[in-house]
Design a protein. Structure first.
Length: 268
């Protein structure tokens, strides 16, 4: 099976300007497709910006099949690649608002939608309702793809749950801020190694409201190596997810085989 080339869009877009962010996404999708990518991944809350006024969050929230989802589906179709984007989601039935990420296929159809399960800080905890489904997966391009958002990946139990469910590539749109850049630099590659998967960690960049996002988006491989790494500014970087390397790494690394679950009851 050939490697899947993916594009990581390190960008904060424009705060509160959905139309401008859709335009930026369209331009990035064109560049990603020209570079041979079959998947484009954006940052957390890319559609609207992260540092929204708390009172404004509900007005920006859209359902997973809303107007922006349809617009992004058209972008995916036009450029022939899958797109994962972060956005504030309003539940069509309950009206609750979630910090979500949705994956659309290259035909524009919805493949998976994930709601952030671990909310970071007062802003997120006041603005959003946490999701309650820790493992969301879909088969795409011969890989089992999972989704998390930012703070979720900092809980080893979360990533290990994906490993046990067979996730090959974990997509993590993020809003990682100063002074926590060690997460991008050190923690994410370790997570990829200890749970034997690829992790695409895609960050925002620059100042936004009270936050300073650090960039440093990366594609970490199951052998612990960082296959591609962005700097601190706006950037589109490409990397490859190689099924053969993944299989070889899982054969050589005994972590998952040597687990003793009966000893871990105290964790819950």
């Amino acid at each position: 099976m050939p490697p899947l080339r993916i594009a990581l869009l390190q960008s904060s877009g424009r705060l509160g300007d959905v139309a401008e962010n859709l335009k930026a996404l369209d331009e990035a999708a064109a560049r990603a497709a020209q570079g041979g990518a079959g998947l484009l991944v954006t940052s957390e809350m890319f559609l609207t910006g992260y540092a929204l006024d708390l009172a404004d969050v509900p007005s920006y929230a859209e359902t997973r099949d809303g107007m922006s989802a349809r617009a992004i589906g058209e972008i995916a179709r036009r450029h022939g690649l899958a797109v994962l984007y972060g956005y504030p989601e309003r539940d069509a039935e309950t009206g609750t608002v979630h910090n979500s990420a949705q994956l659309l296929g290259p035909d524009g159809s919805p493949l998976a939608n994930y709601r952030k399960t671990h909310l970071f800080g007062c802003f997120e905890q006041d603005a959003f309702t946490p999701g309650d489904t820790p493992v969301v997966q879909v088969e795409y391009a011969g890989l089992r793809i999972g989704i998390m958002i930012c703070y979720d990946v900092e809980f080893p139990e979360n990533v290990r749950a994906h490993a046990l469910a067979g996730t090959d590539l974990l997509l993590v749109p993020t809003a990682q801020m100063h002074p926590f850049q060690f997460v991008a630099e050190q923690l994410v590659p370790v997570r990829a190694f200890e749970s034997q998967m690829y992790i695409a960690y895609v960050n925002r960049t620059g100042p936004e409201g009270e936050f300073e996002f650090v960039g440093l988006s990366c594609l970490a491989a199951p052998d612990g190596a960082t296959r591609t790494r962005a700097g601190r500014g706006e950037e589109l970087v490409l990397g490859e997810v190689d099924p053969e390397l993944l299989a070889a790494s899982r054969e050589n690394n005994p972590y998952l085989r040597d687990r003793r679950p009966s000893l871990y009851a105290s964790l819950i």
